[in-house]
Design a protein around this ligand. Sequence first.
Ligand SMILES: Cc1ncc(COP(=O)(O)O)c(C=O)c1O
Length: 469
Amino acid sequence: MRTPDWRPALQVAHDAALDWLEHLPERPIRPEKSYHEMLEVFGGPVPEAGEPAERVVAMLAEAAPAGLMAMNHARFFGWVIGGVMPAGVAADWLVAAWDQNTASGEPTPAMSAMEAVTAGWLLELLDLPRSASVAFVTGGQMANLVCLAAARGRVLADAGWDVVADGLIGAPPVTVLVGDHVHHSVGRALRILGLGEGRAVRVATDTNARMRVDALRAALAAISGPTIVCAQGGEVNTGGVDPIAEIADVVAEHRRANPAWLHVDGAIGLFARTSPGLGPLLRGVERADSCSTDAHKWLNTPYDCGIAIVADAEAHRRAMTLRADYLPGVGSARDPIDWNPEMSRRSRAAAVHATIRQLGRSGIVEIVERDCAMARRIADGLRAVDGVELLNEVQLNQVLVRFRDPAGVDDDAHTTTVLRRVQESGVAYPTPTTWNGRAAVRISVCNWSIEASDADLAVAALAEAHAAT
Ligand SMILES: Cc1ncc(COP(=O)(O)O)c(C=O)c1O
């Protein structure tokens, strides 16, 4: 076996990673170079001859940072994403070095056992049925897909149809109900599963984007046959949490006469269940048939790690499992291939396992509670600024605002300008959205490292951009 000298390239990567991480607080958060500039940096003809690994890594380490966003900065408030922590990053490095294909369990007992233990820990931390099955997938998108695949199979089986064997052609129609502010990833999952994004029945939501139970009850009254209700634990703009326990009651009532499944998209908010204070907001998820979340959001693990949790493990397995004679040892250990849509894959559980060990339950609760407190601090700070309109009730870690044009001409244009100024300042990085058809600014507080001073700096940067002419 040829043995390269691993050290030079890994040493360069190690030093460059430390340089990036240790200098994060001083970096402007936005990238300094554009996509087109970075095309120039990395472009050129296909290399005909190779070059030493350490030179390659040095080139990447030198060139890339100018085109990187400091997404793991405490004042990066874009989308809904956390920032990495030491144990998670280091575990991910080891995963790359160990080079384990974690499709099946027996060939890689360490990875498979780590995944099994981590799945159990998550069920305990989130206080979900311990018999539920868990899949470590790429993100909230795939977690929704896996859960809804299990849902589709189960409600159709209960209607006497085997979708695994026979597909959807000729199957009884499945009605999917979603809130008016359903996340787009649910729509894409419905598309991929052949359930049709456009066919979903949309249920009215309240001013904080929460599904209205009276509207759900009325919609279900007009529906019979296999039914899937998609609730959500944290809406992407407002962080609004559906009244899940009440929704579970309504679905249970519907289930008396119809095959029915309740899925909760908890990509944003599920980890709030770890907190004694915030957990009650997500009461009822333990009664859902499935729920999804992201470790790379509130657990602050590296990408890519979504988590699908299904109460009916058999429905989950039937939707995902794969068997082939050439796969050795499948079946005697926990086989990730039974629960995920992929075959070959890296271990995702290792970084989750390491992050949970680094934080412990108390550390996870602390992040969740601090992020929510910082979101409230930012909301309070902005509420006190003349001309700032707070658009949401801050239930979790999301703040939604718009800025009234001091000249009274165009609030949308002014809001967009305020956002651009703050992003360009490099001090904080909120991202845009629209709310009720008007421009708005989202501030998503998901990072483990935020402190009160960061929240105050963000408020000051937004207020200054709003006041600038
Ligand atoms: C409510 C909700 N569901 C699903 C997703 C998709 O998650 P991911 O980007 O990890 O696929 C998101 C992403 O922000 C989300 O907010």
